[in-house]
Ligand binder design. Structure first.
Ligand code: NAD
Length: 338
């Protein structure tokens, strides 16, 4: 169970860090070293050799070089989206467990290929999704049944970035999607821990900046999800350039409501009176530590691995379907205008 690290009976893993000189890589390094031996790092960034020297591990320019020279049983992957699939397939082909940043994969086809390779090699591919290890989100998941039959949710997640998106996230080839893939992956994963896969999703893609429109990288996405088998309907809005940074999930059920924001989840009875409030003030490093420790401790746990694959495949499939629907609509419109 996410958050439970008691099954960590494995010997200390030897881990290669890939993309360690970037934002997420640097955040994970100190916590990873608490429970694993970092045997080396791969990152082509000019700053990477100095970062590796400061942490005292060998720097490799390519994954091929690391595979030749270093001895490791797992890799922590924190690279731009376009690099995930080639890096992960190479690792699995060499029998290495993968602990990676989201997305698990960009397309359903790639997700299936990864799962196939992992199963053939008897190795894990675990996606780092912090909300699964956050006590507030755990409380929400575990207490959802108390609001009766859910019939509506709304989920908002916004950044208030004042400048246009830069770096690899502004490149279609490297980002492979806009806010839906980048920020929305987290939300889709939270929802997939609470509800089945949505049968239908209607989307609106919106752009704040013309260059992002030209590159077909949405700055804002609005989704309407329906689940005809249960009668549930839900709406999401995700954006980078909102007036405030915020995250808020509200679920309405036949017997109450569940309200989740970072730091607090509140159960309400019908009409509003709060029934129970669960708060957690951090620090974020506690969540990240338990997530990394948990995954390292479950690398050989085949049942946990299968659950993880099932859930990530559902998340990837939902996002992939939304992008493919958008692309089909765009092509149909272009045909009509031609
Ligand atoms: N969970 C979160 O809240 C969160 C936040 C930020 C980023 N991310 C995810 O983390 C990943 C990295 O994002 P970031 O913001 O850290 O990016 P970043 O640009 O800061 O870091 C990426 C690093 O990967 C390196 N790199 C590029 N290609 C490589 C390759 N083939 N082999 C090895 N290294 C390579 C780059 O040189 C860079 O140092 C993405 O998947 C992103 O979605 C998650």
């Amino acid at each position: 169970m996410p958050g439970d690290t008691s099954k960590n009976s494995r010997p200390r893993s030897r881990v290669l860090v890939i993309g360690f000189a970037g934002h997420q890589g640097k955040e994970y390094l100190p916590l990873l070293r608490e429970t694993a031996d970092v045997v080396g790092g791969v990152d082509p960034a000019p700053t990477a050799p100095a970062v590796a020297a400061a942490w005292g591990f060998p720097h490799y320019r390519t994954l091929g070089e690391a595979l030749e020279k270093a001895d490791f049983d797992a890799a922590l992957v924190t690279v731009p989206h376009s690099e995930h699939f080639p890096v992960c397939t190479k690792l699995l082909t060499h029998g290495i467990h993968v602990i990676k940043e989201k997305p698990f994969a960009v397309t359903e086809q790639e997700a299936r290929q990864l799962i196939h390779l992992a199963q053939r090699a008897d190795r894990s591919v675990f996606t780092l999704l912090q909300r699964n290890f956050n006590p507030v989100f755990r409380f929400a998941r575990e207490n959802l049944a108390r609001i009766g039959e859910p019939y509506w949710f709304s989920y908002d997640y916004h950044f208030n970035l004042a400048r246009p998106t830069a770096g690899w996230r502004a490149s279609r080839e490297q980002a492979m999607g806009g806010v839906l893939l980048d920020m929305g992956y987290h939300l889709m994963d939270v929802l997939s821990g609470m509800f089945p896969e949505p049968a239908r999703v209607h989307s609106a893609f919106v752009h704040h900046y013309q260059e992002m429109r030209d590159r077909r990288l949405e700055d804002l996405v609005s989704l309407m999800c329906s689940y005809p088998s249960t009668g549930l309907v839900g709406s999401l809005r995700i954006s980078r350039h909102h007036y405030e940074k915020t995250e808020h999930l509200c679920v309405l059920g036949t017997e109450g409501a569940l309200n989740v924001a970072p730091g607090a989840a509140v159960l309400h009875s019908v009409g509003g009176p709060p029934l129970e409030r669960h708060t957690w003030e951090g620090p974020k490093t506690d969540t990240v530590r338990s997530m990394i420790t948990h995954h390292l401790g479950h690398l050989d746990d085949r049942a946990y691995r299968q659950d993880h694959f099932r859930r990530q495949l559902a998340v990837v499939r939902t996002i992939d379907r939304i992008y493919r629907d958008r692309s089909r609509e765009r092509n149909e419109l272009a045909d009509r205008c031609a």
